[in-house]
Design a binder for this molecule. Structure first.
Ligand SMILES: C[S@@+](CC[C@H](N)C(=O)[O-])C[C@H]1O[C@@H](n2cnc3c(N)ncnc32)[C@H](O)[C@@H]1O
Length: 511
């Protein structure tokens, strides 16, 4: 049951162990850089605060990969904080503090530094107006001038049609009173599905809601509880969030979702022309959300906005090292964007991908390497930035400090690998190269563990699974025999090597 500390927030089922790459200091700096907005340099001795950190896994990954940054994270759910502290202690991370404070208590603390970055993911739409005010007050008191805030939230108008669906689910769950949350969710889902199957008015005029309901059926109960079944749940227009945060002297800077900064990939040409004449940028952003029927936003706000001169943008871009975050063979030049399927120009993109598949390289190095193929600087820069926006490429931190980052990230990854022997909960490894994390399938984490320990990977993972009494899944069912388990592992390992995953993970220095 929810405790009296929980303010109507679901606390009787813990949240999932998420990691969101957008919260990475180096990513935030790049997302701001391409919009010429000054953000804290990710290799600086920064102070970083995550509000409402859930299980704290994201903060732990970032702390592991950025030993030069001091992290503080809060969540009022003590069992989540206990788990986060235990992981930090096991990996000996001395640059992170987890507090079981509420947002109201965070405001009153006098032992916190001024922060360069404050981030909150999956919080703002799921709390009361009073708690939002605590967060704004915390930012007002604790964000440095020149600091940035990363904030994500459910957005309008994308949620408009589904609002009655959410209401129906929560009303039905509330009707079941004190039954356990999972039981209430299941019963509310059953009744709602029955209505949808009858083809009644609301579902008939809003076919997208029926589709959403189908997708909900496949989601974990833990995710559903937190996403849909809170007492508070408010989707926002970007302008409303900007208005609330202006009380902390924040200005909207740009989207942390870098693809939003490439109009040619996300908007039709008449839409681009329409938006080009709209000012100020926040009004343009609002209209863009109407065009795209936006339903989730990840934004960067800044306290004391400063434009970076173009020459400095070019210099930073040229000096930044970029690395592939996916194997070359898995990068398709046919990509899905809000415009539908878009084909990236192979003559520009393929040479950049090929060069990065050899080794990480700085913008200037890439340009020099590719000058022979006739690619101009602007083309190379555009390709790297778009590949970054699509998640195929990530920026690295500067080389200085790599040794300290490697020692700490590897100590953390070692703990994650050991935990993967028994459980599939933690599937993100820290990269000392990028200062970020990378999601890696549990079995692949175990292959990496074996490689690091110089063991034969298939045999190592086979024995680990046998010991834990676990079998791999095929077609949604566990395979029948130990021999089939081994065969399945042989196939997985072959494709892991053939597709070039190991090369990418070595470039990212995960092991
Ligand atoms: C949807 S979860 C998101 C967790 C995490 N940021 C993530 O994305 O994985 C929201 C979190 O906010 C925490 N929370 C809700 N209200 C809070 C409050 N008033 N003070 C502190 N934490 C709160 C909950 O315990 C929960 O872990």
């Amino acid at each position: 049951m929810a405790g009296s500390w929980s303010d109507g927030y679901i606390s009787d089922i813990n949240y999932t162990f998420g990691f969101y790459h957008e919260m990475t200091p180096a990513h935030l700096a790049q997302a701001a850089l391409i919009r010429r907005v000054r953000a804290p340099a990710p290799d600086g001795m920064l102070n970083y605060c995550e509000l409402g950190c859930g299980q704290g896994y994201g903060t732990n990954v970032l702390a592991a990969a950025n030993p030069h940054i001091s992290f503080v994270a809060n969540d009022f759910n003590p069992s989540q904080i206990a788990g986060a502290r235990a992981l930090a202690a096991e990996a000996d991370l001395s640059n992170v503090r987890f507090l079981d404070d509420s947002f109201a208590q965070m405001v009153e603390r006098t032992d916190l530094p001024e922060f360069d970055i404050i981030s909150l993911h999956g919080i703002y739409s799921w709390i009361s107006a009073e708690n939002r005010a605590h967060i704004v007050e915390f930012i007002r008191r604790r964000l440095k001038v020149g600091g940035i805030v990363y904030i994500s939230y459910n957005a309008m108008p994308g949620w408009a049609a589904a609002m009655p669906l959410r209401r129906l689910l929560t009303d039905e769950a509330a009707h079941l009173g004190n039954a356990p949350i999972v039981e209430r969710i299941d019963q509310a889902m059953t009744l709602t599905n029955e209505l949808a199957e009858m083809g009644v008015g609301y579902f008939n005029v809003n076919p997208s809601v029926g589709e959403r309901l189908k997708r909900l059926g496949g989601q974990s109960r833990s995710y559903l509880a937190h996403e849909y079944f809170n007492q508070d749940w408010t989707p926002f227009y970007v302008t409303d969030v900007a208005k609330e945060l202006s009380a902390a002297k924040l200005d909207w800077a740009c989207s942390a979702n870098m693809i939003d900064s490439f109009p040619a990939l996300t908007l039709k040409s008449e839409q681009q022309q329409f938006l080009a004449k709209i000012n100020p940028p926040i009004r343009r952003e609002m209209l863009r959300d109407i065009i795209l029927n936006q339903q989730f936003r990840r934004d960067i706000f800044v306290k004391g906005s400063q434009e970076i001169p173009t020459a400095e943008v070019d210099r930073i871009w040229g000096a930044t090292v970029y690395t592939l975050a996916s194997p070359r063979q898995k990068i398709s030049l046919r990509v899905q964007t809000p415009l539908g399927q878009v084909e990236l120009q192979p003559t520009v993109y393929q040479p950049v991908i090929d060069a990065l598949s050899q080794a990480p390289a700085s913008g200037s190095q890439l340009h020099a390497q590719l000058a022979g193929s006739g690619l101009q600087l602007a083309h190379v820069a555009q390709a790297v930035n778009v590949l970054n926006a699509l998640g195929f490429v990530q920026p690295a931190l500067p080389a200085h400090g790599i040794e300290a980052r490697r020692v700490q990230a590897h100590r953390f990854n070692d703990v994650i690998m050991r935990r993967a022997l028994h459980s599939g909960d933690l599937v993100v490894l820290a990269s000392p190269l990028t200062g970020s994390g990378l999601s890696v399938d549990r079995i692949i984490i175990l292959f990496l563990f074996a490689i690091k320990e110089q063991q034969e990977p298939v045999q190592f993972v086979f024995q680990a699974l046998e010991k834990a009494n676990q079998r791999l899944m095929r077609d949604g069912k566990p395979v029948a025999s130990a021999e089939e388990n081994r065969q399945e592992l042989v196939t997985l390992y072959q494709s892991f090597i053939e597709l070039g995953h190991l090369d990418v993970y070595r470039h990212l220095q995960l092991i």
